[in-house]
Ligand binder design. Structure first.
Ligand code: G3P
Length: 217
């Protein structure tokens, strides 16, 4: 399973990349705005900076919502670096844009997926990734893991190569459950990834080993 970091914060991206297990980055307009990035030039520069840190797929989201504007924007984003993945919202014009980019061999990530039908349409349009949002479904008392399972079954039934990129991942159990179901990628802030490291028996065991190692010196 691939691990992407879901942030536009360069320090966090560097920290995650330094772990040596990072496969890519996802961003969205909210995450970019949080970093104070505004204006066309600054946006393009920020994505370039991210591409310079991480050697993996970097999702850059279009800001427009009409077909013509999305393809114009996406074409510019795709020119920043060969690792750029154009992130497109799950709307009617978005499906057309996914088809356009897949025809040009440009990678895409269809975002704001909340149902299996949406994922199926995006796969049919040739999306490289679909991003079902786990945490936001859990927030409205809906079983987000069931959605991942449904999409996995549908993609496997028909051999779709579109990858399931589980997004809005908020904690380590989301990651474990996605791995059990067979999501291809999880994207989340660094904290849920670091939580996977933790076990009290590891801490107490290491404490004892360190104590005993002193007897050996
Ligand atoms: O990748 C989508 C993600 O950024 C949304 O996460 O926590 O805002 O629901 P969240």
């Amino acid at each position: 399973m691939k691990f992407f970091i879901d942030t536009a914060n360069l320090e966090q991206i560097k920290e995650a990349n330094d772990l040596g297990i990072l496969d890519g980055v996802t961003t969205n307009p909210s995450l970019m705005a949080k970093e104070g990035i505004s204006g066309k030039e600054a946006i393009l520069k920020h994505y370039k900076d991210i591409c310079d840190i991480v050697d993996g797929d970097i999702s850059a989201e279009v800001l427009s919502t009409t077909y013509e504007e999305m393809i114009a924007e996406g074409d510019i984003l795709a020119q920043i670096h060969s690792n750029i993945v154009v992130k497109i919202p799950m709307i009617k014009d978005g499906i057309k844009a996914l088809k356009y980019f897949s025809g040009k061999g440009i990678k895409t990530n269809c975002t704001l997926i909340f149902s299996a039908g949406q994922a199926l349409l995006a796969a049919k349009a040739g999306a490289t990734y679909v991003s079902p949002f786990l945490g936001r479904l859990d927030d409205i008392s809906t079983d987000s893991l069931n959605l991942i399972q449904e999409i996995r079954t549908i993609f496997d039934n028909y051999g779709y190569e579109t990858e399931i990129l589980a997004a809005s991942v908020r904690h380590s159990m989301h990651i474990i459950n996605c791995a059990k179901i067979g999501a291809d990628v999880v994207t989340c802030p660094i904290q849920p990834i670091l939580s996977l490291l933790k076990h009290p028996l590891t801490d107490s065991g290491l404490e004892q080993f360190v104590k005993d190692s002193q007897k050996m010196q």
